[in-house]
Design a protein around this ligand. Structure first.
Ligand SMILES: Cc1cc2nc3c(=O)[nH]c(=O)nc-3n(C[C@H](O)[C@H](O)[C@H](O)COP(=O)(O)OP(=O)(O)OC[C@H]3O[C@@H](n4cnc5c(N)ncnc54)[C@H](O)[C@@H]3O)c2cc1C
Ligand code: FES
Length: 504
């Protein structure tokens, strides 16, 4: 099925202005340096600024344009089938704190948006986890019961407003959806009132903990009493989060359907097929934002994943147009609870948050409240549940071992894989390949104009071998999810250095 995509960007980016905050140009002294301007970094910075701390936010690329700028933007404590699992594995007390904190995060976003006077399309809606499979109905019933026990607004239902049948669903009332970029642009503007607090185009390369800490970038240094690493996956390896949180990527389509097929609410389909659907009001009418099954970064044929998603939307909806296509990834914590707190057991002044399991709008807001409370010396009742230094052996030990063995296996296998005996000239426009050239294995891409882009295959994070992502035209690392553009520039992930560039 051939389809054209007018926009290869997210609706959130397309419907908001580009930002132009300055790069860091001088050394700076502040109370807190926040690295990364997604929902975690910007919310943390705002809460600290309101408490009287001087704050600088340093963003490698553009604010609210990475994971938070490509999300599906449901703001909910309904995170698939999780509460029966949390009660069984972490106990009812911790499960209750997880539920309570995520439920509270919806109110935090609503309050901040109201205080800032920003219209960020915040709307209260019901959220559903649905299944088409009768075999999964008992698990749905158990989940609704578990959630009710934790005081969540849950019920089990068999009817939804989706234009296709479901076997059963868990419904949470009074959840919310919003426009994450409108929200974060308003936070950044509030932070930067008076100037000098938000910096773009400034990649942090390292942080040295001390009194003060020193944040190193290519452009200058920031000295800060405390540092918050809010880069989605920490850019510092000291906490070992690259081996405790695993990248999962999704493709997302923005589609238009007839009015009678527009559902009311937000939906997560589990089992086969798995999907997420929500409706965004736009000037051109309702836009359905639909994502498909997640896949591990660097492990899938992304064009085949797109065909799967296309086939899903066309089999469930009368699609009038496909207006947007984008991709996004987040990291899964081994025990399904994000890590929030000090970077290492010895860190006194460096904090981080990661492993949001694709629920980081609520969980990321929770993380911001925990980190800001800890830095301000306030007690936070949720902090213990999310603490970074917990041992997940019982709840996630098997997953941890499986994932890390797989990384080791890939590292070895890819090292001994020889590049193709193929001349660079044989590459067609739009094609990329691993080519042995001048005794070196290289990642080579020929763009549509015929220009050759030649970079090293060796990921600058820990030396795994990057793989070509055909659909998104990037070199993706299958080990810990770093991604690089065709010229080797870091797009995301734990890597901070670009891939080495070669002349073709
Ligand atoms: C397909 C998909 C759908 C999702 N849908 C939902 C949903 O409906 N609801 C929900 O709650 N969650 C959802 N999520 C998850 C949620 O979007 C994320 O968990 C959340 O946005 C993560 O925010 P963040 O601040 O950690 O990361 P980001 O928004 O990526 O912010 C991190 C920032 O750090 C910057 N950075 C990185 N390295 C450096 C460096 N060295 N120096 C300076 N800056 C750096 C990056 O450029 C980036 O801007 C979804 C995720 C995916 C993949
Ligand atoms: S992301 Fe860790 S080796 Fe590439």
């Amino acid at each position: 099925m051939a389809e054209t995509y007018p926009k290869r960007t997210s609706y959130w980016l397309d419907s908001t202005p580009a930002t132009n905050y300055p790069e860091l140009s001088n050394d700076l002294d502040v109370d807190v340096a926040v690295i990364g301007a997604g929902i975690v970094g910007l919310t943390t910075a705002l809460l600290l600024k309101r408490a009287g701390r001087s704050v600088a936010v340093v963003e490698a690329r553009r604010i609210a344009a990475q994971v938070t700028g490509h999300t599906t933007a449901k703001l909910t404590s309904l995170h698939g089938l999780i509460y029966a699992h949390l009660i069984e594995n972490l106990g009812e007390h911790r499960a209750r704190l997880y539920a309570e904190s995520n439920q509270a995060a919806i109110g935090v976003v609503e309050t901040i948006a109201r205080q800032l006077g920003v219209d960020c399309d915040f709307e209260r809606k019901a959220a559903y986890t649905v299944t088409a499979s009768k075999e999964q109905v008992p698990a749905m019933v158990a989940e609704a019961e578990a959630a009710k026990r934790l005081a969540l607004p849950a019920s089990f239902v068999t009817e939804t407003t989706l234009p296709f049948p479901v076997a059963g669903a868990v419904r949470f009332d009074h959840q919310a959806q919003f426009h994450p970029r409108k929200y974060l642009l308003a936070i950044a503007a509030a932070l930067n009132e008076g100037g000098g607090a938000v910096f773009e185009g400034t990649r942090v390369l390292d942080v040295v903990e001390g009194a003060p800490c020193e944040v190193k970038t290519h452009k200058g240094k920031i000295r800060a009493k405390d540092v918050v690493i809010a880069t989605n996956i920490p850019i510092l390896d000291r906490g070992g989060f690259f081996a405790r949180a695993f990248p999962r990527r999704h493709l997302v389509l923005g589609i238009r359907v007839p009015p009678e097929q527009v559902p009311e609410g937000m939906f997560l389909g589990i089992g086969e097929p798995s999907f997420s659907i929500r409706v965004q009001p736009t000037e051109a009418g309702p836009l359905l934002i639909v994502s498909g099954q997640g896949f591990r970064t660097g492990h899938a044929d992304t064009e085949a994943k797109l065909r799967e998603l296309q086939s899903f939307v066309h089999s469930r909806f009368e699609v009038r147009s496909v207006d947007y296509l984008w991709g996004n990834q987040d990291y899964d914590a081994v025990d399904r609870v994000p890590y929030v707190g000090p970077l290492t057991p010895f860190s006194k002044h460096i904090y981080t948050a990661t492993g949001f399991n694709a629920w980081g709008l609520s969980n990321g807001t929770v993380a911001a409240t925990i980190i800001s409370d800890e830095l301000l010396g306030n007690h936070n009742r949720w902090a213990e549940t999310y603490r970074t230094q917990r041992l997940e052996l019982k709840t996630g030990g098997a997953k941890w071992l499986r994932e890390n063995l797989h990384v080791g296996e890939m590292w070895l296998r890819d090292k001994f894989h020889t590049g193709k005996k193929r001349a660079i000239d044989e590459l067609a426009p739009g094609e990329a390949d691993v080519i042995s050239h001048r005794e070196k294995k290289m990642a080579v891409y020929r763009d549509d104009e015929g220009n050759i882009h030649c970079v090293s295959l060796v990921c600058t994070h820990m030396g795994c071998t990057v793989r070509w992502n055909k659909l998104e035209k990037s070199w993706d690392c299958p080990c810990h999810g770093s991604r690089f553009d065709v010229d080797g520039a870091v797009l995301s992930g734990p890597a901070v250095e670009d891939l080495e560039r070669f002349s073709g």
